[in-house]
Design a binder for this molecule. Structure first.
Ligand code: TRP
Length: 347
């Protein structure tokens, strides 16, 4: 049995630096390492609609935005299959059967679902489709027999549900589905990048994001007004790097090479941190450096985005081809599922 990587995003807006360090960068590395048999990356529009049912325009627009972000970041449709969730009817079919193998109370205990219900103020009015999305996500993963799912920590409860459903399914109907493993981001900063305002998370609703598609000028404006150490009033004052968003970002994005190329007065981030802590180093200098560091990888993305953006029908064509290819795998697994469940009446 092969190694299959599968992961996806809800298309509810453009992707930002948090997505990049948290998952996108890793996906491109995984794709280029080629150390797997298949790789699927998909846009979870069915899941996005579970709490955006009244806003289909937003989801539709985001499909194109996210596709451009994927391609700009370096996902290569020759090496990884990019597809749209809603266009794989087998996913809905498998979801229906998996729902018989899990209880309402089991889903109610899912901490991620609990948090989201609070955040969205659903209280007694939880859309049933939203409530069931962990099962739908289990179908996403198992229909493609994914072995490895690179996602953030908040997705661990979904993977748990998926593994339980796989065991239930296989015990009830026979060995068909595969238990997946989660692959978490390498380090703590990559797991949760704070917003430019220093708040714990980069999030569209907080307006504290740097988008992968932001212009160089936008990036500079955002970096310039970034949260640092509120007690670092004069350059000579000692500064704090903990909770200082500029330093958190440098931690996530800068390399020794960046220092060599843009700020050779320091060998690495440790030296810069020491100087900042001692005092005598102004925020603006650090921000200018961070801007250069970010621009170094954002600029090539901007250029690629611009290229792909010139031919949106071709982008849609890439998605259509990826979806067709994903459907082949989906159909194979679904045939096995139907046979195992003895609902292959006309075979
Ligand atoms: N729930 C994921 C998110 O919010 C998106 C997602 C849907 C997903 N289905 C998936 C991720 C399957 C990995 C595998 O980001």
């Amino acid at each position: 049995m092969g190694k299959v990587i599968l992961t996806g995003d809800r298309p509810t807006g453009k992707l930002h630096l948090g997505h990049y360090v948290g998952s996108l960068r890793r996906r491109v590395q995984l794709q280029d390492a080629g150390d797997y048999d298949k790789m699927f990356v998909f846009m979870a529009d069915v899941q996005a609609l579970t709490d955006n049912a009244d806003n289909p325009e937003k989801i539709r627009r985001s499909i194109v935005d996210v596709a451009l972000d994927y391609l700009a970041a370096g996902l290569d449709p020759e090496k990884c299959t990019i597809f749209i969730q809603s266009q794989i009817p087998e996913l809905t079919e498998l979801t229906t059967y998996l729902m018989n193998l899990i209880t309402v109370s089991r889903v109610q205990r899912n901490p991620t679902v609990k948090t989201e219900i609070k955040m969205r103020n659903f209280e007694a009015n939880i859309p049933l489709g939203f409530f069931c999305y962990p099962v739908s996500q289990a179908a996403d993963i198992t229909l493609f027999k994914a072995t490895t799912v690179p996602v953030g920590e908040d997705q661990e409860p979904m993977l748990e549900v998926t593994r339980e459903l796989v065991r239930r399914f296989n015990a009830t109907y026979g060995e068909v589905l595969v238990e997946p493993n989660i692959m978490l981001p390498e380090n703590a900063t990559a797991r949760r990048l704070p917003g430019t305002d220093g708040k714990e998370k980069m999030s569209k609703s907080l307006g504290n994001c740097i988008y992968l598609s932001d212009s160089a000028d936008d990036v500079w404006q955002k970096v310039r007004s970034m949260f640092t150490d509120p007690d670092h009033l004069r350059v000579d004052d000692p500064g704090k790097v903990e909770g200082n968003a500029v330093f958190t970002y440098l931690d996530a994005f800068s390399s020794d090479q960046d220092f060599a190329d843009f700020w050779p007065e320091y060998k690495n981030l440790d030296e810069l941190r020491d100087h900042y802590r001692r005092g005598g180093l102004g925020d603006m200098k650090c921000k200018k450096f961070l801007y250069q560091v970010l621009n170094r990888f954002l600029e090539p993305m901007r250029l690629r985005r611009e290229e792909f953006g010139k031919d949106i029908p071709e982008v849609m064509n890439i998605l259509r081809k990826g979806t067709d290819k994903a459907r082949e795998t989906a159909a194979e697994t679904m045939a096995e599922v139907r046979r195992a469940m003895q609902i292959n009446y006309f075979e």
